[in-house]
Design a protein around this ligand. Sequence first.
Ligand code: FAD
Length: 386
Amino acid sequence: MREPDHRYDVLIAGARVAGASTALLLARAGLRVLVVDPLPRGRDTLSTHALMRGGVLQLHRWGLLDRVRAAGTPAITETAFDYGDERITIPIKPRDGVESLFAPRRTVIDPILVDAAIEAGAHVVHGVSVVDLVRDRSGRVRGACIAGGDLPAQNVGADIVIGADGVRSKVARLTGASVEHEGAHATASIYGYWRELDDQRYRWYFRPGVGIGVIPTNGGDACVFVSVRPERFQAARREGLERAYLATVREIDPALVDAMARGGQAGPLRGFAGITGFTRRSYGPGWALVGDAGYFKDPLTAHGMTDAMRDAELLARAVLEDEADALAGYQQVRDGASRGLMEVTDRIASLDWSMDEVKELHVTLAREMSRGIEALEEVRGRAAVA
Ligand SMILES: Cc1cc2nc3c(=O)[nH]c(=O)nc-3n(C[C@H](O)[C@H](O)[C@H](O)COP(=O)(O)OP(=O)(O)OC[C@H]3O[C@@H](n4cnc5c(N)ncnc54)[C@H](O)[C@@H]3O)c2cc1C
């Protein structure tokens, strides 16, 4: 491992969707970028991985979609909504060079982004964390103290330190970044991988109190997740997660459980207890937050990675603008593009709606997803980053 130097233009904590994408863009623009992450390259994380149009569009634009395809990630050509008495199938319309959606495993997409950042010239060091910030007398952040593995703790100077270090962001804690907006609801989820479900659709099922999703992914597997209220998840934990998971899927689509049993399970089930959505203040003198560190919403609408990539580009543009109020502008655009999506996600995450209501909420969700894409397009029209 090449040891980090003592000075960079940008130091990023976190080498996944948000951090690696930001590093890629800033390194391509010629900045000296250091990224550190305590975890090894390509380690899986607690997350399913359905990408929506905005995320796929960015991978295409960054020249990385071919790598996603080459990793054997199946193309998703339709989305099917199952509301019990009504099933709606929506084909993915070819637009802006994107003909289908993709749901690469995190063991696939995160290293693709990290490798692209390295190829662009970023220095990425795994096994190392940001443990503290370095400030000047005025309190402005001037770098960070990093440590981990064989590397003795050392201060690294940077013009800006970016926290792309997830919901429990250390950089947010060290900067005292306040929560500015909080949702009211959270879902808990249980998910696992199943072989040979033989479907090229995202399938979303909704019933009062439950959401289920089927996400085709690498290796011919499909991720099947069940979202419930946190109280039900805790009860399921006591009674046995697997039994509760399979019983819930059977209740809603017995044929799906039969297909899962035929193909067999690929790996253990994973559980997520739920976290309520929030936005944090995401900039200050010499620092910024991107991805889940600054803006998290319930995973039931599967939009966290897509938004993280959008916000990586918004932040990279703001850093390159080098104007006094550019970082404030970054947060303003991000919040404007996300507020409606956050609200509708929070409402869906209540799992407390009638079937007519949830259908309406999905119409709103589709509109808000398009708004996120348009917000980035508008900023792209104003400035220049690869
Ligand atoms: C159960 C579940 C299902 C989900 N399903 C989907 C889905 O289908 N589609 C979707 O788009 N989104 C989904 N999401 C959301 C998605 O996982 C997140 O939005 C996404 O991971 C955000 O990426 P990130 O890079 O901001 O953070 P993360 O992926 O959390 O990465 C943060 C990185 O920072 C590192 N780090 C932590 N502390 C430090 C430190 N001190 N110094 C340096 N590095 C540090 C961590 O090791 C980690 O690698 C889901 C989330 C959950 C919980």
